[in-house]
Structures are given as structure tokens and as C-alpha cells.
Ligand binder design. Structure first.
Ligand SMILES: O=P(O)(O)OC[C@@H](O)[C@@H](O)c1c[nH]c2ccccc12
Length: 260
């Protein structure tokens, strides 16, 4: 079994446990549930923002522990101040060290869009995202059928959420396109074996229909890469480890942004 299969298997247990603890009406009655989410596109294309989607990630299956001490409110606020267009917050517990409260803490500290970064396989998780104050959900093509992508996309759009579809190759892209998406992200990391190659983004960018925002995800550590990706047609750049692995992710993003 590859790591992605393990994550999805464990995710099913995590969701069952969450459902037993918090009912759907409870989610619907939470403070953030009726707030109108920020529009991802407005922040991604804003002149005074960088297009960077800055991620808060404590650990990952590929790298192990990345940062065990960073504070989510402090770091996301610094990301925002440095000009991030959006924040990405990992909520997977077992493989990425996330906590439910991380989105709540990031929400309380920031007024820019927040992506709930997780392995979404159930509508319940989309309701959680809304209840916690997230604005964007991620749908990963490699773990979902085209029907699920269409249905989850529609469900999220009906809640006013923005939808980011993640693909890793042309076949996933072609089979997964749906009108219920706002943005398409090319993951430079293969989630099956963790190999990374930025070239994946350059190979796929022109295959993404222009009605979608185009995001390059993972393994970005060089400001020059942002310039190259922009020139190739990307609107957004998802960066986690490059900032999180430092003692001060807020300083790291500031220095990075000064060079793009
Ligand atoms: O830390 P990086 O290499 O900058 O990557 C960030 C982000 O793209 C990565 O965390 C990611 C992309 N897609 C995912 C899906 C699930 C979990 C994590 C991810």
C-alpha cells in the first residue's frame, strides 16, 4: 500500500470519529458557518499581493518533522503581512501534525482567504471547513472519481466556498475538469512516491483552460522560480516547507518576497 492509500484509509476513521463527536447541525450552528467566504481570485490577482499561498505545515510524511514550535496565529499573520494572497493550513492530524483549532486560530488572526488543506473524501469535511472559517477547499484528483470531484465541487460552491482542484499529470487533469472549480493546482510532488519536479508545472500549464486560476504547488524554494512560473502563466504559488523549515517562517517569507 502506498502512502496515499494509507492516508485515505486513516482519514475514513478520522471522519467517522469526528462525526460521532460533532453532528452536522452542530457544524451548521457554529460561529463561522454563515460568514461569506473571501473570493480567492480577488486576492490572488490583487496588485498589492504576491500570488503566494503560504502554508502552515508542522510535519509531512516525506520530510518528517518540519517545525515543532511555530505558532499558527503568529506565522500566518506574518505570511499575511509579507503579502501572501492566501493561507494554506494543513488539518490532517496523523500525517501532517495538523489540529482542527489551527484553522480557527488562523481565521481569528487574518482577513485573507484560508485554504483547508486536507484529503477531502466526504461532504462532512466540507461542512467542517465552512464551520471553522475556511474559504477554500482542496480536491485531490488522484483520490477522487470525476463524479466525486463534480459533486464535492458543487456542494462547496453552494456553501460559497472556493474550490481548488489538484492534479499531477495530464490524465488526471483531463478526466477531472468540472465547472464547479475555481482554480487548478499542479502538484510538483508525486503524492505516491514523494518525488518532486517543477517541470511538471511547466508541462501542464498550457493544458489548463484559461477560465481557471492556475496554481503551481510544492517544492518551490527559489524566488527566480516564481518569476519563471509567472511568465509561463501561473497566478498562484503554494509554498510550505521553504518557510516552515526555518526558525522564523515570517522572516523567511519576507526575505523571499523581497526577491520576486
Ligand atoms: O512544502 P512544499 O513543498 O512547499 O509544498 C506545499 C504544498 O504544495 C504541499 O504541502 C501539498 C500539496 N498538495 C498537498 C496535498 C496534501 C498535503 C500536502 C500537499
Amino acid at each position: 500500500m502506498n502512502i496515499l492509500d494509507k492516508i485515505v484509509l486513516r482519514k475514513k476513521e478520522e471522519i467517522a470519529a469526528a462525526k460521532a463527536l460533532v453532528s452536522i447541525p452542530d457544524l451548521e450552528n457554529s460561529v463561522h458557518f454563515n460568514r461569506t467566504p473571501y473570493v480567492f481570485k480577488e486576492f490572488l490577482l490583487a496588485d498589492d499581493r504576491t500570488g503566494i499561498i503560504a502554508e502552515f505545515k508542522r510535519r509531512s510524511p516525506s520530510k518528517g518533522l518540519i517545525n515543532g514550535i511555530a505558532d499558527v496565529a503568529e506565522v500566518t499573520q506574518a505570511y499575511n503581512a509579507a503579502g501572501a494572497s492566501a493561507l494554506s493550513v494543513l488539518t490532517d492530524v496523523d500525517f501532517f501534525g495538523g489540529k482542527t483549532d489551527d484553522i480557527l486560530a488562523a481565521r481569528a488572526a487574518n482577513n485573507i482567504p484560508i485554504l483547508r488543506k486536507d484529503f477531502m473524501i466526504d461532504e462532512y469535511q466540507i461542512l467542517e471547513a465552512k464551520a471553522w472559517g475556511a474559504d477554500i477547499i482542496l480536491l485531490i484528483a488522484s483520490i477522487l472519481t470525476p463524479q466525486q470531484i463534480n459533486d464535492f465541487g458543487k456542494f462547496a460552491k453552494n456553501l460559497g466556498l472556493n474550490v481548488l482542484l489538484e492534479v499531477h499529470n495530464l490524465e488526471e487533469l483531463e478526466r477531472s475538469i468540472s465547472p464547479n472549480l475555481d482554480a487548478i493546482g499542479v502538484n510538483n510532488r508525486n503524492l505516491g512516491d514523494f518525488t518532486v519536479d517543477i517541470q511538471t508545472s511547466f508541462d501542464l500549464v498550457n493544458k489548463i483552460p484559461d477560465e481557471f486560476l492556475k496554481i503551481s504547488e510544492s517544492a518551490i524554494s527559489n524566488p527566480q522560480t516564481i518569476k519563471d512560473l509567472k511568465a509561463a502563466g501561473f497566478n498562484g504559488f503554494l509554498i510550505g516547507e521553504n518557510f516552515m523549515k526555518t526558525d522564523n517562517p515570517g522572516t523567511a517569507i519576507k526575505e523571499f518576497v523581497a526577491q520576486i
